[in-house]
Design a protein. Structure first.
Length: 296
């Protein structure tokens, strides 16, 4: 069975029963990337569900809590509007929400027997994960772009312009990689859709609220500031917010070596890269260890 046949689920044609030994990493990547994009288009509910919640947060928080939160921002963030302060956090929330659906998609493959077919094929295991991840990152970029445009329409100010908006999307991609890997790792271990959803959702909201996402840390209790120091969301939000405001906004790590916005971006990106490598290695290892007999 070829990797193309295993990935698409099509029945092999005449002569296709001969094993294919010439698989390339690029070909396997493209096969998986294309399949997961097609699967997403055929199931628009997944696309919409991971975007609606962040939009609701953006609209409700700015329109309902804007005045109250705006008071907490006075002095702490230089008098910027709450729309401007919140938009980077919502962009990061899009990454989290979309990453949750990654593991769910893998569980669906396991339950439908497609994952077993992929494992039985000569397809490169790293390409299986990387191609799927690439398709999901594309979705995050598209959804993040929608959020940024909507936020600007609601009154947010993007001090760094269009290039800053592109950089925020890159931060969202970098941030999402560790949670994508976590979601897929949970899916491989549990092989259960409900368990994967519960595990991801149990993390999503505590991570968001125990960070600098919705209010400055100076306006929050000391114990939340302590938790925020070890919270990946803090580093993703602060990096995106620094690009939004074009200034240093890091509050959990004191860095003055690089100057200006880079005092936030350098440590934040370093933390996210370490997380991505660690969780990505775990996810690839679990996928590589999986066998057809494991997935029944």
């Amino acid at each position: 069975m070829s990797s193309e046949t295993a990935a698409t689920g099509e029945s092999p044609g005449p002569g296709a029963d001969r094993p294919r030994g010439g698989n390339s990493l690029v070909g396997d990547l493209w096969t998986n990337f294309r399949r997961w994009n097609v699967k997403a288009v055929r199931n628009p509910f997944v696309l919409v569900s991971s975007l609606v919640q962040p939009i609701i947060f953006l609209v409700l928080f700015t329109q309902v809590f804007g005045r109250v939160a705006g008071g907490a921002l006075q002095g702490a963030s230089g008098g910027i509007s709450y729309e401007t302060y919140l938009l980077p956090a919502i962009a990061i929330q899009v990454s989290l929400a979309a990453a949750i659906t990654s593991g769910i998609g893998l569980v669906n493959d396991i339950e439908e027997g497609m994952f077993e077919k992929v494992l039985a094929s000569p397809m490169n295991r790293t390409a299986v994960f990387a191609g799927k991840t690439g398709a999901e990152l594309l979705r995050i970029v598209v959804q993040g772009s929608i959020i940024i445009v909507l936020g600007v329409a609601l009154g947010a100010t993007l001090a760094t312009g269009v290039l800053g908006g592109v950089a925020i999307l890159l931060v969202c991609v970098l941030f999402s990689l560790w949670f994508l890997a976590f979601s897929n790792a949970v899916a491989v271990v549990t092989r259960d859709q409900e368990s994967t959803i519960i595990a991801a959702n149990l993390l999503q909201f505590p991570l968001l609220f125990l960070s600098s996402a919705f209010l400055p840390l100076t306006a929050l209790p000391p114990w939340i500031r302590t938790v925020a120091r070890f919270n990946p969301v803090t580093y993703g939000v602060d990096a995106a917010r620094a690009l939004m405001l074009d200034r240093d906004v890091m509050t959990v790590i004191e860095v003055t070596r690089f100057g200006g916005i880079w005092d936030t971006l350098v440590p934040a990106v370093a933390v996210l890269v370490v997380l991505d490598l660690a969780f990505g290695a775990v996810a690839v290892y679990l996928l590589g260890r999986a066998t057809s007999s494991d997935v029944q």
